[in-house]
Design a protein around this ligand. Structure first.
Ligand code: ADP
Length: 320
């Protein structure tokens, strides 16, 4: 192996830059040359590559976003797009590809290996933490802390005005962000896709609290919850109980910002590990961290398995 390429794909997450840096520096350290593909799989298809030196990744470990940019690539969903991507990689003598992204990106990488024998290694980076095979994904810790800070601020105004706030957080079809933010902010209720949502029970709980003189109430809703989005839930709660609420959708603020130490360190470990996996011929695989140990899994395991929520966190959320 003499040359590898690295790209970031799908939704961005804080820590992607730290991962690019580690991948580039480890590869250079192992005597490889490195190309960065721009805008995820779009860059592979359009032959948009840039040579990456050690100084190209200086001063980026603390920055959110991704210097390589990211994109969703409908063309890569077609066999023709993937064939062109493989051809460009071959023309540029790329022997291996590191894909930093979520499970969609991993599926694409897997197709590239199955159809064109391109050695691929996936690094899990998404704020949603919804990838099996790594206890945490790059960006999750930062997103949770960003959301937590925002909810703390909303708690102040909720308490000042005796209000019920319904706050929607990201997470796609998983409730990891909502659950931890809910516990961390002492939210009165947390609605997540993994558990059945009983809005009548939520209303009863809040009305009980109001009767006991507790006038600030925070409800955290994961964007994928079955009861609907935060505005729909607010309307349903009003219909069920007459309770009025204010809605805040935290949205993309959760994607940005400087990564936490935990995310920078995880990204550094996994960027390093991705290069090692390529050099060891362990592809196609994803690298992750389980119980504080860096591990490799077959790439497809990342989406054929569903990552479970910690049952203790559910208990804490329901009972504290
Ligand atoms: P994420 O990687 O964050 O889950 P997406 O699901 O949007 O983000 O996937 C990123 C890109 O990966 C898509 O735009 C597409 O190009 C590619 N991709 C996603 N799913 C597949 C698939 N099933 N087969 C091939 N490529 C895919």
């Amino acid at each position: 192996m003499e040359r590898i390429a690295v790209l970031t794909s799908g939704g961005d997450s804080p820590g992607m830059n730290a991962c690019i840096r580690a991948t580039v520096r480890r590869a250079l350290g192992r005597g490889l040359s490195v190309l960065g593909a721009k805008k995820g799989y779009e860059g592979l298809i359009d032959d948009e590559f840039t040579a990456m030196s050690s100084s190209d990744v200086s001063n980026i470990i603390q920055r959110g976003g991704t210097i390589l940019h990211t994109a969703r690539s409908p063309r890569f969903l077609e066999a023709e797009g993937r064939a062109r991507a493989a051809e460009n990689l071959r023309n540029r003598s790329v022997d291996g590809l590191v894909v930093i992204g979520g499970d969609g990106s991993f599926r694409g990488a897997s197709d590239l290996f199955n159809e064109h024998s391109i050695p691929v290694v996936g690094v899990p980076a998404t704020i949603d933490n919804d990838i099996w095979g790594s206890d945490l994904t790059i960006g999750y810790d930062t997103a949770v802390n960003t959301a937590l800070e925002a909810v703390d601020k909303i708690r102040d105004t909720a308490a000042a005005h005796d209000r019920l706030f319904i706050i929607e957080v990201m997470g796609r079809s998983a409730g990891f962000i909502a659950l931890e933010v809910g516990i961390g902010t002492g939210a009165e209720a947390v609605l997540i896709p993994e558990t059945r949502t009983d809005l009548q029970a939520v209303c009863d709980k809040i009305q009980g609290r109001i009767r006991r003189g507790r006038t600030s109430n925070i409800l955290i809703v994961a964007e994928g919850d079955e009861a609907g989005n935060a505005f729909e839930i607010a309307a349903k709660i009003f219909d069920l109980s007459g309770l009025k609420s204010r809605v805040t959708v935290l949205g993309h603020v959760q994607r940005g910002g400087s990564p936490t130490t935990a995310d920078r360190v995880l990204a550094s470990k996994l960027g390093w590990a991705a290069v090692e996996a390529l050099m060891d011929g362990a592809w196609p695989c994803m690298v992750g961290e389980v119980d504080n140990t860096v591990v490799r899994h077959p790439l497809a395991d990342s989406w054929t398995n569903r990552k479970a929520l910690d049952p203790l966190l559910l208990t804490l959320s329901d009972n504290l």
